[in-house]
Design a binder for this molecule. Structure first.
Ligand code: SAH
Length: 382
């Protein structure tokens, strides 16, 4: 116990002198490291306390501890008496250092001689801070520059946002929202959080990317905590790299929080594994049909297309032209992880007409490859 205390004092920058005829291994390590001075003897009286700000008894002998405490009292030096809560004049709190998006916080709890209670309170506050449930927003106005976090929101289901994403969202002053970000979570934020919707719909770009980059920088310069909540993963066809570079160029602290990409998770929602032993060894994620020409064309490779609905007919024609079997299975999974998720399956030869008939619309993930045969049958029937 005393070794841990001493280590904590040393960590806080204290100069520590230990008076004891012998020491445990951990304390000896601190002595050998030069962090602690050791006087190899018993307590010799008030002169041992000379120059100290704080005395901590730990002799293991109540009578000696009491003498040390009394001497410290007489010399007006704070004393923690480890073996007698009643005579102790100072207490060492249960402490924790927590890193929050706003800086490091030290939590210290005292509970009137009940160290177990103090630890429980410390743990509780530590958790509130670590999870962002303690609202730090009010204290932020006084601080200088804010920060930006590019948070991957996952494919749309609340539960598929990372714990870190939830933490940052709870401490945000401003949330800059994508069309495919998990909007349910945003709706539950306190009213004081400003939500700026920069969502793009296909073929219609209300706010250009450069303007979004500027917006993030402007908001952070106002000293605000900015969460840029994006669909899926910020770095998968999401222009997260550009947003990060824009923040860095402006000297704004920026954190990138990965997300569950729709490229993998939306097929999964329909029961399709993008790789499967004996069926597909790898997968490629692309957007437009031009990129398809350079891809591995073996049947053991899955092709995942994002933003591919409007050009589906051209894309499948191109794939067949370049040697893919027209019987290759294809699935289109619309609105993955939402209550209206729908899967349409066919082949390279049939999928364009099927998509037309069923009025398939964006957002959807298109999967080309034999893994499509593993799709949940029940989803097909929807
Ligand atoms: N960064 C994102 C992708 C952005 S591109 C990610 O990692 O998921 C946008 C495309 O993602 C959409 O056109 C669609 O193809 C796909 N998409 C994203 N969320 C989807 C969802 N819930 N259901 C179906 N497709 C989705």
């Amino acid at each position: 116990m005393s070794a841990r205390r001493v280590a904590a004092f040393v960590e806080d920058g204290a100069r520590v002198r230990v008076i004891a005829p012998y020491l445990c291994e951990d304390l000896l390590d601190l002595v050998h490291a030069g962090d602690v001075a050791w006087h190899v003897r018993d307590y010799a009286g008030p002169s041992d306390l000379h120059g100290a700000w704080l005395v901590h008894t730990a002799t293991g002998d109540r009578a000696v501890d009491r003498v040390v405490a009394a001497d410290a009292d007489a010399a007006h030096v704070w004393c923690v008496n480890a073996t007698s809560a009643a005579t102790t004049r100072a207490g060492v709190p249960a402490r924790a250092r927590v890193t929050t998006p706003d800086g490091t916080v030290t939590v210290a709890a005292h509970a009137d001689g009940d160290p177990g209670l103090a630890r429980t309170v410390r743990d509780g506050v530590e958790q509130l801070l670590a999870t962002g449930r303690l609202d730090l927003r009010r204290h932020r106005a006084r601080r200088g520059t804010g920060w930006v976090a590019l948070v991957g929101g996952g494919p749309g289901a609340d539960g598929l946002l990372t714990a870190r994403g939830h933490e940052l969202l709870r401490s945000a002053d401003v949330v800059v929202l994508d069309r495919l970000a998990p909007r349910g979570l945003v709706a539950r934020l306190p009213e004081s959080v400003e939500v700026i919707d920069v969502g793009k719909t296909p073929g219609h770009h209300p706010i250009p990317q450069d303007r979004i980059n500027e917006l993030l920088v402007e908001q952070a310069r106002l000293g605000r905590a900015v969460v840029r909540l994006k669909g899926g993963d910020p770095y998968v066809l999401g222009r997260g790299g550009e947003e990060r570079l824009a923040c860095e160029a402006a000297g704004i602290p920026v954190e990138v929080v990965p997300g569950v990409t729709s490229a993998v998770s939306v097929p999964a929602a329909a029961g399709i594994p993008v790789t499967h032993r004996g069926i597909a060894r790898g997968f490629t994620v692309v957007t437009s049909h031009d990129e398809i020409l350079a891809l591995p064309s073996g049947t053991d490779h899955t092709l995942v297309l994002l933003m591919g609905v409007s050009r589906l007919r051209d894309t499948v024609a191109l794939l067949v032209e370049h040697g893919r079997d027209p019987a290759t299975p294809v699935a289109i999974v619309e609105r993955g992880w939402t209550p209206t998720q729908r899967t349409t399956t066919g082949t390279l030869a049939t999928i364009a007409d099927l998509a037309n008939e069923r009025e398939v619309a964006s957002p959807a993930v298109i999967v080309v490859g034999d893994v499509v045969r593993l799709a949940h049958a029940a989803v097909d029937a929807r």
